[in-house]
Design a protein around this ligand. Structure first.
Ligand code: DAH
Length: 359
């Protein structure tokens, strides 16, 4: 092949490129000249057959031709607005056929979900939802609930106290709003103090549930946490009976754990209820036969309950001869652990998405 041929090819290229008006045609042009078996490859293949003195000039000519091709293809590509192919074979242009990138919307924490589920069951039965502060007075947390200062049951959750000064420094808090000196502030150790708040500010009939966070000076392990959640509930009216409590709690347990769940009320002591009972459900793992989850007992404790103590009514200014009522309180983490078969309470608070995404 002579330099003449190269000139011919150059002219051929110049006129061919004029007529190219589509990506497809440009691709065919590229293959024809620059493809693996294209014209440039053929010309290059001839180099070794030439005499040594001709090789250099000929080689340069082929190289120039190749560069010319590359630049006119590039120019054409820009003119036709064809995206450049990336080394991975993809173009920079948006491929509208590809599925979009889904946005992660997040979800409610499993504890929030279970707490909502519990409250919804009670709302359907006519209860209203009330929340109280996590910083509570010693009076509402203990004394108002018939737990006297020196009572042994107070040790269990004798809890995190605050310095009074913390509250008095808050902007907008008047001296008259500060708790009396004998009513110190603490992080509430249960949601029961909201009973006192609600009963003091409203008159019966009352049917209330109270979801919220509580704090205890407990060392953390698989079943204890210094912070956890409770749902408290209570009903006050004339003639409220223990059987009303049983009926309401049965609806709760069946809705959460299934219709075939069994319940039992075990006598217990709480200072703010009399009589008091702890409530167990038949073990959801072994159905009551006895397994490692229920400690071979066949039963799992889910909450504390009872008939509101007359002293509590006196403390809020209700006449205990006129009104009766029941109350109960449950740990949300415990319910969630039983419902989902979770064996370590710490999983709820580690914020590990591999755990949280399962709910
Ligand atoms: N406040 C109790 C606790 O945290 C739970 C409780 C038991 C609440 C009996 C009640 C009740 O309202 O009647 O351990």
């Amino acid at each position: 092949m002579s330099s003449m041929d190269i000139e011919v090819i150059k002219n051929e290229i110049d006129s061919a490129i004029q007529n190219i008006n589509s990506a497809l045609a440009l691709e065919a042009f590229k293959v024809k000249y620059l493809g693996r078996k294209g014209i440039i490859a053929q010309l290059t293949g001839l180099i070794p057959t030439l005499s040594l003195d001709k090789r250099v000039t000929y080689g340069q000519q082929v190289n120039n031709l190749k560069n010319k091709l590359l630049s006119i293809i590039d120019e054409k590509q820009k003119k036709l607005n064809i995206p450049t192919l990336q080394p991975n074979g993809q173009t920079k242009a948006i491929d509208i056929d590809l599925p979009g990138v889904a946005q992660d919307l997040g979800r409610l924490h499993p504890i929030t979900q279970v707490m909502d589920e519990i409250c919804t069951i009670f709302v359907r039965m006519g209860f209203s939802v009330v929340e109280g502060p996590e910083i509570e007075t010693e009076y509402n947390n203990f004394t108002g609930l018939n737990i006297p200062l020196e009572h042994p049951s107070r040790d269990v959750f004798d809890t995190f106290y605050l310095k009074l000064g913390v509250r008095s420094q808050e902007p907008g808090v008047k001296a008259s709003q500060l708790p009396t000196p004998n009513s110190k502030l603490l992080l509430r150790s249960h949601t029961s103090p909201v009973q006192i708040r609600v009963m003091k500010s409203r008159k019966p009939p009352l049917a209330v549930v109270v979801p919220g966070r509580v704090y205890r000076p407990d060392a953390t392990d698989a079943s204890h946490s210094f912070m956890f959640h409770q749902v408290e509930g209570f009903m006050v009216d004339k003639d409220i009976k223990f059987s009303d409590l049983k009926g309401v709690l049965e609806i709760l347990a069946k809705n959460i754990f299934g219709q075939d769940i069994k319940m039992r009320f075990r006598p217990h002591f709480f200072p703010f209820t009399e009589p008091s009972a702890e409530v167990d459900i038949s073990c959801i793992i072994c159905k009551g036969k006895g397994c490692s989850v229920c400690g071979r007992k066949g039963w799992l404790e889910i909450l504390g309950s009872g008939m509101i103590h007359p002293n509590v009514f006196k403390n809020v200014g209700y006449d205990p001869k006129k009104y009766t009522g029941f109350a109960f309180g449950m740990g949300v983490e415990r319910i969630a652990m039983l419902k989902y078969g979770i064996d370590d309470i710490r999983l709820f608070f580690e914020n590990d998405l591999r755990f949280l995404k399962q709910f």
